[in-house]
Ligand binder design. Structure first.
Ligand code: NDP
Length: 332
């Protein structure tokens, strides 16, 4: 059984030396426990935050222990009456071949027409983040312009499609032409901006948003957000979901703060974490599942094979290597 441990805290962009693979015998479940074989594991930008030794909405990862994240797996041995051998589950488990669970941090998932991997993407935390963040904070109205940064990632591509379902003009910001082409031709985005190749971010956005910006779903922060804020309309809503451009900074970002833009437009900016809406997950999942089943929401997954490639897949998030949800396939 291989397990990936965090052995030192990264400064700046994480390096392979911050991680170590530890081999041990496959663990045996005690009474009340199950043994889970990892099928897919999720690498997520928020995990970078847990690698710092600072208090946040989730505690830091302890050093010299297995890293824990979203996993889809198969129960291979059960001593818990709620789970049977062969059940497919999703939950928060280790970056390992096998994990032990007492049943409290996992739930059974249906295996049918919907791919099991969706439990880590559109029908899991990223999908729910998009759904509640956009609808509850962004409150998009028909005819409004919605801009989403990190648009070709797991959260962003769902945000844009839901905004389209609500009748909005949708503009995505992503870092490659291939991603932007996908957003326009496959997902129905009205316009896109490649923030890496544009020579004038504000002007490119202004051209893409002739009526200004009513809702901004922010996954990245930094200079992209500064440019967006100069174009917001009166009473715009800013959904502060992520700030990935700052996650690997060694020193705090000392740019001027954006509050003046909010003030002069009477705009509202609100941060949130997906778990704020935990008591409404069933409702969110039911709606997302319906849209996926009806073909109204599409979703892309970028799957890397092999537990040994997990750290590279995680680092790839910060280099923009993923189109859609980044997953690692560990076992069939
Ligand atoms: P993604 O699938 O979007 O992967 C990350 C993407 O971010 C990359 O593909 C890359 O795309 C882009 N990116 C990386 N570095 C930068 C940078 N410096 N500037 C601009 N873009 C960058 O991840 P998720 O969809 O899982 O997460 C998106 C955001 O939402 C993250 O900030 C994450 O922390 C946040 N989040 C917040 C949650 C909450 O509860 N509030 C829950 C889940 C996620 P590109 O090629 O376009 O650069």
């Amino acid at each position: 059984n291989r397990s990936i441990y965090l052995v030192s805290r990264p400064e700046g962009m994480p390096e392979k030396s911050n991680f170590k693979t530890v081999e041990s015998p496959v663990p045996q479940p005690a009474e009340g426990e199950v043994l889970v074989q990892t099928m897919y594991l999720s690498v997520d930008p928020y995990m970078r935050g847990r690698m710092r030794d600072v208090k946040s909405y989730v505690p830091p990862f302890p050093l010299n222990e297995v890293i824990v994240g979203g996993v889809v797996g198969r129960v291979v041995e059960s001593k818990n009456p709620n789970f049977a051998k062969g059940d497919i589950i999703a939950g928060m488990l280790g970056w390992s071949d096998y994990s032990i669970s007492n049943g409290k941090n996992i739930k059974k998932i249906e295996t049918g027409a919907i791919p099991v991997t969706h439990a880590l993407g559109i029908l899991g935390m990223p999908g729910l983040t998009a759904y509640f963040g956009l609808l509850e904070i962004g409150k998009p109205k028909e005819g409004e312009t919605v801009v989403v940064s990190g648009a070709a990632g797991a959260v962003g591509m769902v945000v844009g499609q839901i905004a389209k379902l609500k009748g909005c003009r949708v503009v995505g910001i992503a870092g490659t032409d291939e991603k932007n082409e996908y957003l326009r031709s496959e997902l129905g985005f009205d316009a896109t901006v490649n923030y890496k190749t544009t020579t004038n971010m504000r002007q490119s956005l202004a051209e893409a948003c002739p009526n200004g910006i009513d809702v901004y779903f922010d996954n990245v922060g930094g200079e992209i957000t500064d440019a967006v804020l100069t174009l917001i309309n009166y009473q715009a809503r800013i959904v502060i979901c992520g700030q990935i451009s700052a996650y690997n900074m060694e020193k705090p970002d000392l740019r001027p703060n954006p509050f003046t833009q909010l003030l002069i437009k009477s705009a509202m900016a609100k941060g949130f974490i997906a778990s704020d809406f935990a008591n409404r997950n069933q409702e969110g999942l039911a709606q997302l599942t319906e849209w996926v089943t009806q073909g109204k929401l599409k979703f892309k997954e970028n799957v890397v094979e092999g537990l040994e490639n997990t750290v590279e897949a995680f680092l790839g998030l910060f280099r923009g290597e993923n189109l859609g949800k980044q997953l690692v396939k560990v076992h069939d």
